[in-house]
Ligand binder design. Structure first.
Ligand code: A2P
Length: 294
């Protein structure tokens, strides 16, 4: 396979394949991480209102001196804001100190109350319709909209009624959670898939996995490079390694081309060592249609 460097969205925009993830990046560390990444060639930054670090991400972008139009910037609508997406969008734009987003995602198909419980009186499909309206009426503020943590079952429901096909579905992807059927479904609908937690998140066993290490040795790279490259080698997939450590931010940008055999071996890890860094049931909405969570 030849790894991609950018992937085209259904809007025509190009999304850089590797972006800096900021889930669990604390205020205080994330500003520097974003500035350092942008100064060292990253052109894609991912955040979310729920990460409570949008302000610092905005400061990091400013500090980098990189022009806004050279950066692909994504943030996400927080679950407790599903009843008022317009106000949430405005707040994210202000926090990030930006006039527009390259991509705005519904973080989960799981409306929640401010108190952190499932909001069973609200339908996420209503939220999607509000997001569509905001997108169609505000091309100066929103370049693309999409979803995150959507299974095939939930995408089918959305696509039955959508006016706007989501540009992206951002989901957890790594060798212990490859979700090939979902990736194939998205690609067949023209939806780009973005991989979060490609390393398996904090203290991941994947970094010490013998198959990952063997392939890393073969290409003289670190295990993290194999895990990030795995996603960059999949058709229609972009990837968000998270780090707040300078050396890792630098080294994580090195992508290698993998063979079909490497990819099959890596995806076989799931058969005996399946896990998710983030199970959907924390939202109070159960499995959200993911077969491995039922
Ligand atoms: P840190 O941010 O302290 O550098 P994921 O991208 O799957 O969410 O994984 C993020 C986790 O992996 C964080 O704990 C991050 O730590 C760590 N990490 C990021 N890059 C590397 C790397 N190249 N080698 C080892 N661990 C890494």
């Amino acid at each position: 396979m030849v790894a991609s460097t950018t992937v085209k969205l259904n809007t025509g925009a190009e999304m850089p394949t590797v972006g800096l993830g900021t889930w669990k990046s604390k205020p205080g560390a994330v500003e520097h991480a974003v500035e350092f990444a942008l100064k060292n060639g990253y052109k894609h930054i991912d955040t979310a209102a729920a990460y409570e670090n949008e302000k610092e991400v905005g400061l990091g972008i400013k500090a980098s001196g990189v022009p806004r139009e050279s950066i692909f910037l994504t943030t996400k609508l927080n679950n407790p804001d599903q009843r008022n997406p317009a106000a949430a969008l405005q707040s994210s734009l202000e926090n990030l100190q930006t006039p527009y987003l390259d991509l705005w995602l519904m973080h989960w198909p799981a409306p929640m109350t401010k108190g952190g419980k499932a909001d069973k009186e609200h339908d996420w499909l209503t939220t999607w319709k509000d997001m569509e309206k905001l997108f169609l009426e505000n091309p100066d503020k929103l370049k693309a909209i999409g979803v995150s943590n959507f299974s095939i079952k939930f995408l089918e429901r959305l696509l039955n009624e959508a006016k706007v096909v989501p540009a992206v579905n951002q989901i957890e992807l790594h060798p212990s959670c490859p979700q090939q059927e979902l990736v194939d479904y998205c690609v067949s609908k023209g939806i780009v898939v973005t991989a979060y937690s490609p390393l398996g998140s904090d203290n991941s066993p994947l970094l010490a996995n013998p198959v990952v290490k063997k392939i890393a040795d073969k290409y003289s790279v670190a295990p993290a490079n194999v895990l990030i490259s795995l996603q960059a080698n999949r058709k229609g997939v972009t990837v968000l390694p998270k780090s707040v450590t300078n050396e890792r931010i630098l080294s994580n940008a090195k992508i290698v081309d993998l063979t079909e055999e490497d990819i099959s071996e890596l995806h076989a890890i799931d058969k005996t060592a399946h896990f998710r860094a983030c199970y959907p049931d924390w939202t109070g909405w159960g499995s959200l249609g993911f077969p491995d969570c039922e």
